[in-house]
Design a protein around this ligand. Structure first.
Ligand code: GAR
Length: 216
């Protein structure tokens, strides 16, 4: 079967991009990354793409007079490469409703919280301030409202005594690197459908049991 043609949009370090590149290089993986787009030329993740011989484009948002013009340039670049699914991976620009509608059910994002809790910026600080016992990440289809849309995969990690935003972010990031490749594989295998504002996964394996934090 043909592999799903994917673009990854980044703004920075690109560790999630790196995890997706690694996944796509495993035998039988149902997706390939055909294009990486950054909105900043200093995005560290561009180097991961270049090392893997993946085509890169820098589309600097500052060069466009409006969000609509910037998003139009993104759409043109994505369509020129025949992209079927767009993955946001630390892409720190809000996309216009026009872009989101254009890519409806073909646009996914990873956010470092258990949505709908703590959307937006400073998510780890806010999770710690709220005293939650679990944090995590969410891979979801993108709807126009920030960090919203049908949830595909979530991964949970415990919040530990003495955590600060950095230690918590590092623990969540490890979970992100498992959750995003899983979501991409499920979509590539054609097992994810969106209906009634929910993502449904065909034949998903259920995780076992209950996890308590504190554990006793
Ligand atoms: C990741 O933690 C990702 O979840 C987050 O930015 C980081 C990017 O890291 N995204 C958001 O906060 C989007 N709302 P990376 O560049 O190493 O993948």
């Amino acid at each position: 079967m043909a592999r799903l043609k994917v673009a990854v949009l980044i703004s920075g370090r690109g560790s999630n991009l790196e995890a997706l590149i690694a996944a796509c290089s495993t035998p039988g993986f149902p997706a390939e990354i055909a294009l990486v787009i950054a909105n900043r030329e200093d995005a560290g993740g561009l180097a991961h793409a270049a090392k893997a011989n993946i085509a890169t484009r820098v589309v600097p948002h500052k060069s466009y007079p409006s969000r609509e013009a910037f998003d139009g340039a993104l759409i043109a670049a994505l369509e020129k490469s025949g992209i079927e699914l767009v993955c946001l991976a630390g892409f720190m620009r809000l996309l216009t409703p026009g872009f989101v509608t254009h890519w409806r059910d073909r646009l996914i994002n990873i956010h470092p919280s258990l949505l709908p809790a703590f959307p937006g910026l400073d998510t780890h600080e806010r999770a710690l301030a709220a005293g939650v016992r679990f944090a995590g990440c969410t891979v979801h289809y993108v709807w126009a409202e920030m960090d919203s849309g049908p949830i595909i995969v979530q991964a949970a990690v415990p919040v530990l005594a003495g955590d600060d935003a950095d230690t918590l972010a590092a623990r969540v990031l490890i979970a992100e690197h498992r959750a995003y490749p899983l979501a991409l594989r499920l979509i590539g295998e054609g097992r994810v459908t969106v209906a009634d504002e929910r993502a449904r996964i065909d034949g998903a394996a259920a995780p076992a049991g209950i996890v308590l934090n504190p554990a006793d």
